[in-house]
Design a protein around this ligand. Structure first.
Ligand code: CP3
Length: 365
């Protein structure tokens, strides 16, 4: 494992104990940017950075199922570290999945042969919702905490923070109701129209489970968290505001009380920028459909923006990737920016192209 640019300041402790030396680690660049401090370049990481585009990930994954990888802390920690060691990203997102929380509340899922998530008994009625149980992450999701502890023990001395995450209430509800991934989520939207009270009850139950899971990840060493509302963008902005937003905001407020910054991601973010802004999230992670400088004009100066290179642009030649990445940063400006993609990295992107994106950000001046 390579240790890069680690220059701790050794300071004498202010405590009376003269022999106690405290190592002051530099504040990670990612946390500086998320806390709106001045930085010389934006930090960079990629959603789904621990995944199939890396041969080293495929090597681990070829021997075991996705479920085994998620629930074995040593292996989850190993693949979490891969993009940090191989590409030099500025943060490590813990390897897990947004769906693990559904298993914990009593909605078991599995991944079929094509790799898509499947829920054998999707939620279809108010009585299904009454049967849900609390998530109790320290017991039922203990493997996530264990993986975070392992990664944090290795990365904290290198000033690379671990990002914890969860799905947002709406996106998790959409999977729980639909039973699989979908383009339109028609069953979910019908449920929401026909059974609005049950739908709200489901969002509330999920919000409490998400809060508990994020608190557990923070206690285990996560220094920032991201809430994925990947499918929130299928709703109209006014409906999202009325039905979904209160639950998303509740999660964000509760996490901020723990003093940890939170980033909200949404695919289809453009019509929802004001909804996202008003949640008060520290960072807004937006898709690629609107250039960041235009997003900034809409949301104003308060939030940090994260994004938003089109993930398919990573199929371009490295010099094109580099040029577009530099332009993205120049057009927005260096401060209050975390460079990322507008959605997860695609599994068949060449590693050298991912590296061109990361290096373009790291060499930005
Ligand atoms: O590197 C990281 O970002 C951390 C790990 C991570 C995974 N899933 C691993 C994963 C994270 C943050 C997620 C989030 C997630 N999972 C989301 C929200 C973000 C997004 O991409 O929109 C969603 C909607 C899911 C649900 C999910 N998990 C789907 C729809 C699929 C199948 C599609 C696919 O990419 O294969 C998964 C499986 C999954 N989750 C894989 C990985 C690396 C692929 C599993 C494999 O190795 O075959």
């Amino acid at each position: 494992m390579t240790i890069t640019s680690f220059s701790p300041t050794v300071a004498r402790s202010k405590r009376k104990d003269k022999n106690l030396l405290m190592i002051e680690l530099p504040e990670p660049l990612f946390l500086k940017a998320l806390n709106k401090q001045a930085v010389s370049r934006p930090p960079v990481w990629m959603m789904r950075q621990a995944g199939r585009y890396l041969p080293e990930y495929r090597a681990v994954r070829s021997k075991i199922t996705f479920e085994t990888l998620c629930t074995t802390p040593d292996l989850a920690a190993e693949v979490t570290l891969q993009p940090v060691d191989l590409l030099g990203v500025d943060a490590a997102v813990i390897f897990s999945d947004i769906l693990v929380i559904l298993g914990a509340i009593g909605v078991p899922f599995y991944f079929d042969l094509e790799g898509g998530p499947r829920i054998s008994q999707p939620i279809r009625s108010a009585s299904d919702i009454d049967k849900l149980v609390p998530a109790e992450p320290p017991s039922k999701l203990a493997y996530v905490g264990e993986a975070i502890r392992k990664v944090d023990a290795i990365l904290r001395p290198r000033s690379v923070p671990v990002i914890g995450f969860a799905g947002a209430p709406f996106t998790l509800a959409a999977y729980a109701i639909e039973g699989k991934t979908s383009r339109e989520f028609a069953i979910t939207r019908r449920f929401l129209i026909e059974q609005p009270e049950a739908f709200s009850k489901l969002l509330s139950h999920l919000a409490e489970a998400i809060i508990a899971h994020l608190h557990f990840q923070i206690k285990s060493g996560a220094r920032a968290v991201q809430l994925f509302d990947t499918w929130g963008g299928i709703m109209s902005s006014p409906e999202y505001r009325q039905i979904v937003y209160p639950h998303t905001k509740h999660v964000i407020t509760e996490i901020q009380k723990a003093g940890v910054p939170i980033i909200l991601y949404m695919n289809g973010s453009t019509p929802h920028l004001n909804n996202m802004l008003e949640t008060g999230a520290d960072g807004l992670s937006v898709d690629w459909r609107m250039p960041l400088d235009q997003v900034r004009q809409i949301v104003g100066s308060a939030p940090v923006l994260q994004g938003n290179l089109d993930p398919t642009l990573l199929y371009s030649k490295p010099e094109v990737i580099e040029r577009k990445t530099r332009k993205m940063i120049t057009d927005h400006g260096v401060s209050k920016l975390i460079a990322n993609l507008g959605h997860g990295i695609l599994p068949d992107v060449p590693v050298e192209h991912a590296r061109a994106f990361i290096d373009a950000v790291k060499n930005y001046s």
